[in-house]
Design a protein around this ligand. Structure first.
Ligand SMILES: CC(C)(COP(=O)(O)OP(=O)(O)OC[C@H]1O[C@@H](n2cnc3c(N)ncnc32)[C@H](O)[C@@H]1OP(=O)(O)O)[C@@H](O)C(=O)NCCC(=O)NCCS
Length: 213
């Protein structure tokens, strides 16, 4: 219990302190984790480091695994990369305007997010940035991973001269923490988002629509 409180205090301190660090140093986030060995009274606390970096071509399987586990938490097994996924990834890796970020703990990928900077003629030709696919592995949530990735991404968008960084987050995320994550980073819910699915409506969106009607 005392250790758990201690780890929370360290985490809160690091969050405040790391905001003042240059981006290169802030890429390394301190993440307070609680590892439990199955006995309620034997909780072992450790402070571990999480590194944020841009993805490399060989990271595709690890990223797909993070996405798969988000769709189905029981889907932990690695699976083959399809031709379409490989072609899409190759295109993504070649694009100068698109960056995929990864968070790693002990060389294991635990989170990801994607940034797109769109060349733009308005706002004095400052590019506009878009964020997509922010996902953290279930076992590593609420430890500051998404915050660490987003801080790096925001810093890179600033360095790229972007005037505005936008993201859409479905209304169902108003209660699961995602909206709090973004507002804690300075995003304002000042715009109304519109979407039109041209192929498939995702299952999670269909489920959210069903509960609204
Ligand atoms: C949303 C998500 C990316 C957050 O990742 P994370 O690494 O757990 O987020 P962080 O630990 O950096 O949390 C930062 C802050 O966001 C808020 N937050 C994040 N998850 C929350 C939750 N489940 N409940 C309430 N607040 C939450 C809190 O304010 C938190 O700060 P705190 O822990 O000091 O209270 C993660 O839950 C996830 O992958 N969800 C599934 C995919 C998804 O919904 N992505 C977003 C789509 S728009």
């Amino acid at each position: 219990m005392i250790l758990a409180v201690f780890s929370q205090v360290i985490r809160a301190f690091w969050r405040r302190f790391s905001q003042r660090l240059p981006p290169q140093l802030a890429d390394v986030a301190l993440v307070a984790m609680t590892a439990q060995d199955g006995h309620a009274d034997q909780v072992m606390d450790a402070v571990v480091t999480c590194t944020v970096r841009t993805a490399r071509p060989e990271d595709l399987p690890a990223i797909l695994q993070i996405y798969a586990a988000e769709r189905d938490p029981n889907d932990g097994s690695p699976r083959a990369v399809s031709d379409l996924e490989q072609q899409t990834w190759t295109r993504m890796m070649r694009s100068d305007d698109l960056t995929v970020y990864l968070a790693e703990i002990n060389d294991q990928v635990v989170g990801t997010a994607t940034l797109m900077t769109m060349p733009n003629l308005t706002y004095n030709c400052a590019p506009t940035a878009f964020v997509e696919a922010v996902v953290v592995a279930i076992d590593h949530r609420r430890t500051g991973i998404a915050t660490a990735i987003m801080r790096r991404l925001l810093s890179d968008a600033r360095s790229a001269g972007c005037n505005k960084i936008q993201l859409l987050s479905h209304k169902r995320h108003a209660t699961d923490g995602a909206h709090r994550l973004y507002t804690s980073l300075g995003f304002e819910p000042e715009a109304e988002g519109f979407r039109l699915y041209l192929q498939q409506v995702p299952a999670a969106v269909r489920a959210a629509q069903a509960t609204q009607h």
